[in-house]
Design a protein around this ligand. Sequence first.
Ligand code: GTP
Ligand code: MG
Length: 555
Amino acid sequence: LRPIHRLLSRPGTVAADARREQQSAGSTETGSEDRTPKKRFSEVQKERREQAQRTILILCPNKISEKKFLKYLSQHGPINNHFFFESFGLYAVVEFCQKESVASLQNLTRTPSMGTEAAIPFRSRFFNLKLKNSSDQTSEQSCIPCNQSPPSSKKLFELLCDAESIDDQLNTLLKEFQLTEENTKLRYLTCSLIEDIAAAYFPDCAVRPFGSSVNSFGKLGCDLDMFLDLDEIGNFNAHKTSGNFLMEFQVKNVPSERIATQKILSVIGECLDNFGPGCVGVQKILNARCPLVRFSHQASGFQCDLTTNNRIALKSSELLYIYGALDSRVRAMVFSIRCWARAHSLTSSIPGAWITNFSLTMMVIFFLQRRSPPILPTLDYLKTLADAEDKCIIEGHNCTFICDLNRIKPSKNTETLEILLKEFFEFFGNFAFNKNSINIRQGREQNKPEPSPLHIQNPFETSLNISKNVSQSQLQKFVDLARESAWILHQEDKDHPSPSSNQPWGLAALLLPSVAKSMSRDKKKRKKPASERIKNLLESIKSSPENPTNTNGKR
Ligand code: GTP
Ligand code: MG
């Protein structure tokens, strides 16, 4: 139910109050209001990676005393942090204070004898803990596992319907779906465990997470993108050699970089499949535009995509991280738009002609650059702020922008999320996709250089379109849904549902799949939509003289 005090307030007032309250409550979200210094992306990556290297993963017996468990492990050194989670069994993530503790534990760990099967001995940081005497532990207080999954749709709808304003709804959705501290740790740990396996071949490699696991736009349950970084092997100390000699490794040569990538990934795929504890369903997808190895990490439950030489993608993740940290409204908008798109099947986990989450994020950033005053700066502006140490050229592409986000001035724009959500749908409901390209580098639309239905310029490889895969019909579906959503919000302003009506409102109404279904049914078969309220809304949309969808005969 929509709380009655919202209905008594002037539109916008509660939303603005809620935002102020959130700010004064010392919200954990980063935003223009939050004056605490924010870490650079590279600092976060470095810290998390180092933390993950001192961390282990343990499959535990179901009944285990947390106290005894920690006491047992502390014999190897002090523990900084730990948590439990449930996947196919009870797992513990334990972060030691020192890396040496891991080696000490490994030295006391045995390789199991398997009866009729044979074990492939691999001394990883993924352990199995057994109880010698189970009755010993049951009387003790057992551990409480952390949640690693997003809320159910039912729970989400309840939370959204109980919210006080649309702003509150968007912030609630963000809070419920964003990666938790534990989930983030588990992602870095998984990469670190994979790095140990890859290191069997390439001892100095790094496996780095990128994409939504690190760009601040990851939803609980999203895939884990990682890349095998071999760049630093051998290159580090080469320039330090003195005298007139230059030493090079004898290496095998292959005809192209792509073939080298395929060969490396092929062998790593084999390692994961044959020796990687907990790595299952390994698929080598080596003929894709960007060759990859896909697998499930059973313990963490992550679907992993491993690529190699993906420095530009890591730089894109850094750019998105900066945009996400500049203003608290950015992430709230991106999460809501991603959820809205998923609820209406505009995005899919299967590759195809659908819009991707990456493209949607770019669209939100572009929209926020177009506000007056802008909420986000252009990429060209971030480049002008860069200093010498920020300079970054990857494969001939200039990927330079300022890395210290504390030096970027906060926006003067004070629009509420409610306004921004409405305006987003109107903006893209009326965008001239047929002639314009979305360009976050310049922060304004450009003429489309090629005829793809949706053109979003790749910010670093500027001749590429990141949404080349999107078909005209998928784009049309996006536009239709954006228009419907704009008008549902617009109607709600005029026609608040009565507090006694048990109908979803605001963002909850926009996420209802039945809105889309009834919409397309109504469009195709002219049948009555299921919900009376939605029917009324759609009727008023059609009859409204201000309805922009009527002006070009779209419906
Ligand atoms: P999720 O849907 O939550 O996984 O979002 P994501 O941002 O992680 O997207 P995805 O897993 O599809 O891709 C991972 C990363 O690869 C993205 O964050 C981008 O940095 C990069 N990427 C994905 N698609 C493209 C593309 O079409 N072009 C380019 N240049 N980079 C892409
Ligand atoms: Mg991803």
